[in-house]
Design a protein around this ligand. Structure first.
Ligand SMILES: [Zn+2]
Length: 331
């Protein structure tokens, strides 16, 4: 059994946070994205998720080649990097900027909008803060990340709306969150109560503004405990070659998602050797394996990425599959 804080305490904390934060979040409008995201003329919107590139200033060229080939094959409308994008191999500020510039290359060269969240390794170099790095990411022409909602050390909680092919009204939504690092020595972090409140506030605001529930997908780095529950009880596709590295603390994010009803899929990185998707309470939970050659991976599993295809005619259904290095002629 995993030791969770008593439900009453987490509920109370959530309530206090929400009441305080609701007014601030509700008033803050997200900036307009540099590149508005739209379903294409055939009503499709494709996302590629690259997980755990986790490299330094001398990015493994195999990683960049893999990213490039996947983008050429899939031609996505958006790329999401779900954290541990770089790591402690960066020893100077220049190293950090070089590492980020390297991984920006495949998207920037192809004019593909891309967005990031942070993982537990992104600032372990101590050379730049996450806010400084986010500001650097945002200088790239096609990067549409946002500082978004900041709380404590968390930064880059934001959402991106996808407009209909023939309208400016949003038909799909993408939440991106910072799932933190370690809550105490050796124990992975959790989505904070403030972030849960932020999510619920955005969902409520969108529902009020557009008079409907906008189906959404959510990306962050560290899996929720419910991934393991889903694996044990739900329909499973793909591989589980390592234990879910979730936090020991459950703050109720999954519960909030199920109650809110807009998020149809939650996708993470962190556990490089997992590629499975599983369903729990109608929500698809899944991994994207890993993209980086310079970090650990199970020899049974090729490097790769996850592809999502959302149809405007039925945006509540998350169509997704893995693409591996072998699919694009690489080892
Ligand atoms: Zn990680």
């Amino acid at each position: 059994m995993k030791p969770n804080p008593p439900k009453l305490i987490t509920n109370l904390l959530s309530l206090v946070h929400c009441n305080v934060l609701f007014k601030i979040i509700y008033r803050n409008n997200s900036p307009l994205p540099k590149h508005p995201l739209k379903f294409d003329t055939s009503g499709k919107f494709k996302i590629v998720q690259f997980a755990d590139i986790q490299d330094g200033p001398d990015t493994d060229p195999r990683t960049l080649e893999l990213m490039s080939r996947i983008l050429d094959k899939e031609k996505p409308n958006l790329v999401v990097l779900t954290g541990d994008n770089i790591d402690g191999k960066c020893k100077t500020t220049a190293d950090v900027k070089k590492a980020i510039t390297n991984i920006a290359g495949p998207m920037e060269a192809r004019n593909i909008p891309w967005a990031i969240v942070f993982g537990n390794h992104d600032d372990e170099h101590l050379m730049m803060s996450k806010e400084e790095m986010m500001n650097f990411y945002m200088t790239f022409n096609y990067n549409i990340s946002q500082i978004g909602f900041k709380t404590g050390s968390r930064i880059g909680n934001y959402n991106l709306l996808i407009q209909g092919a023939s309208s400016q009204a949003p038909e799909f939504n993408i939440y991106l969150l910072d799932s933190g690092k370690y809550c105490t020595l050796g124990i992975y972090d959790y989505i904070t109560c403030s972030e849960i409140c932020w999510y619920k506030t955005i969902a409520k605001k969108l529902k009020k503004q557009y008079k409907k529930v906008i189906p959404a997908i959510m990306f962050f780095h560290i899996p929720l405990q419910e991934f393991h529950t889903a694996y044990k009880t739900g329909y499973v596709d793909g591989l589980r070659l390592e234990h879910e590295g979730a936090s020991l603390i459950n703050t109720g994010m999954f519960h909030a998602i199920v109650n809110t009803g807009d998020v149809k899929g939650i996708f993470v990185g962190h556990d490089h050797s997992n590629t499975y998707t599983a369903i729990l309470d109608g929500v698809l939970l899944g991994y994207a394996g890993n993209t980086g050659y310079a970090t650990y991976g199970n020899p049974k599993l090729q490097r790769g990425a996850r592809v999502f295809e959302i149809n405007e005619s039925n945006p509540s259904v998350i169509n997704t599959h893995m693409i591996f290095s072998g699919d694009v002629g690489l080892n």
